[in-house]
Design a protein around this ligand. Structure first.
Ligand code: HEC
Length: 458
């Protein structure tokens, strides 16, 4: 615990990152797919001599610029802000490993942003061939940002044996490429590319559906039909990409998924599986709705339909990101660092020397009560996934449990046996026996009517 802990009641820390991230992914992946889309649609218009397409593509590029450059950028900064506050330990580890990767990504990002602006403002002002080159420059730069960030994101799930072998030695960054091209790099890149292509179509349908049918009849129909085709690669290849990805995730994480799959019949499947299914079903719905409405009856395809597709895409993005996060539990960096910032190789040491003693943020002095120490344990180790009385509420989980029952749970958490039901999704509880007892004392207070002046709850 090198850092203080930010307390967020209600939605809890996971959803602060989650909400910003889902929003960001929707837009940043559109930025990548949409760039490629603009380059290809403009190329087609030039090749086929369709000058009537140009004003419509221009209109779409304005929407594209606004959405990606404003909301994409702001939400990207938001992610940095949120993970820096919520997961400082993991953020620090990632920066130490990948600082060079991020530096390169930001260079591409600058090129991307600059070319998006140039692209929009040079419509009808520079020769068409040169304008198309700007589109390709944008598309290339934005694909590069994805290629780079994908290495860092997939690393968090599967750092790979080589990197894990040197983790904690101080030589981690020497193994940059091993960490970057980790076991899930390629399948993850494939999934993200397919999603980027689909989002390009989803958002383009918003622009084209809003065009007046009478004024743009035929052109509108052609553009809508051409756009729907962008969903085909994902529809065909996503299952393959998903199976490839699943084959590369560590057995322990996959177990959570398979456990769910095998028990679907009895209705007892896990949350991860339910979410994964939701993600597959919503993606299939997008393809079905796009085909049935947009492709077959483009004249009747309204902006309401297009917005509905965006809504489903948002559900698909949210569930996919949620499943990805859930599969990684209880780690923030696979097999190296738990979600609460405790490193796997520090567990024994912390059990002997104490968790609170390692933290400069622990209340100290003779006047400090067990409840206060227990609360600090909770903040340092549990609050990354739980709240006191909101999301994954500890008060709710412990309702009706007495000191002995809570003690049993804590013992199980501390022992962290492989066959423990908690092993798959909660990190081991670390600290000395006194610290664990203090945590127990604090947890007991959650469901007690607080006496006046109680320090137990805020
Ligand atoms: C990596 C995230 C994570 C961390 C950190 C974490 N938990 Fe959990 N915990 C979960 C999840 C996920 C569940 C299951 C929630 C559900 O069933 O909806 C859970 C469930 C629980 C339950 C209910 C279990 C039951 O059998 O009813 C208790 C009690 C609990 N956690 C205590 C703790 C304590 C105490 C800590 C800190 C020492 C902690 N957790 C840290 C993720 C975490």
């Amino acid at each position: 615990m090198n850092y203080p802990v930010w307390e967020v009641q209600g939605i809890g820390l996971p959803w602060v990152v989650g909400i910003i991230a889902i929003f960001h992914v929707m837009i940043s992946q559109f930025a990548v797919g949409g760039g490629l889309y603009l380059a290809l649609v403009e190329r087609k218009a030039i090749k086929d001599g369709r000058s009537d397409w140009f004003p419509l593509i221009k209109a779409h590029s304005k929407f594209f610029l606004l959405l990606t450059a404003v909301f994409g950028t702001v939400s990207g900064v938001g992610i940095w802000f949120a993970i820096g506050l919520i997961q400082p330990e993991a953020t620090s580890t990632l920066i130490h490993n990948f600082v060079f990767g991020w530096a390169i990504e930001w260079v591409f990002f600058l090129v991307e942003l600059a070319s998006a602006i140039v692209y929009y403002y040079t419509w009808d002002r520079i020769p068409q061939a040169l304008h198309l080159k700007v589109a390709w420059l944008y598309a290339g730069a934005s694909v590069c940002t994805l290629v780079i960030i994908n290495g860092i994101l997939s690393f968090m799930l599967t750092p790979g044996d080589t990197w894990l072998g040197v983790a904690g030695s101080g030589h981690e960054s020497t193994y940059f490429w091993n960490a970057f091209f980790n076991p899930t790099y390629w399948p993850s890149l494939m999934i993200r590319c397919l999603v980027c292509g689909s989002l390009a179509a989803v958002w383009a349908l918003v622009t084209f559906s809003r065009l007046d049918v009478e004024a743009y009849g035929k052109t509108r129909t052609e553009l809508i039909r051409w756009t729907v085709r962008w969903l085909i690669p994902a529809f065909i290849l996503m299952p393959i990409a998903f199976l490839w990805y699943a084959a590369m995730i560590p057995a322990t994480n996959k177990h959570l998924l398979e456990l769910g799959m095998a028990t679907i019949g009895s209705g007892a499947f896990t949350q991860v599986t339910r979410i994964a299914l939701l993600s597959i079903m919503s993606s299939a719905t997008i393809a079905a709705v796009a085909y049935l409405f947009a492709y077959k009856y483009p004249r009747d395809f309204s902006s309401g339909h297009a917005i509905a597709i965006v809504g489903i895409a948002l559900a698909a993005t949210a569930s996919t990101e949620y499943a990805r996060e859930a599969i990684r539990k209880p780690y923030v960096i696979g097999s190296h660092m738990y979600s609460n910032g405790v490193r796997v190789h520090d567990v024994d040491k912390l059990n002997q020397t104490g968790f609170l003693t390692q933290s400069m943020w622990t209340p100290t002095g003779a006047a400090v009560t067990d409840v206060q120490r227990g609360k600090a344990m909770f903040a340092g180790q549990c609050m990354y996934c739980h709240t006191v009385n909101g999301y994954r509420s500890m008060k709710h989980f412990l309702e009706g449990r007495d000191a002995k029952a809570i003690g049993n749970i804590l013992t199980m958490l501390r022992q962290n046996k492989v066959d423990s039901p908690y092993h798959a999704y909660m990190p081991p509880l670390v600290g000395t026996t006194e610290e664990v007892a203090a945590l127990q004392t604090y947890l007991l207070t959650l469901n007690q009517a607080a006496p006046a002046g109680s320090v137990a709850r805020k």
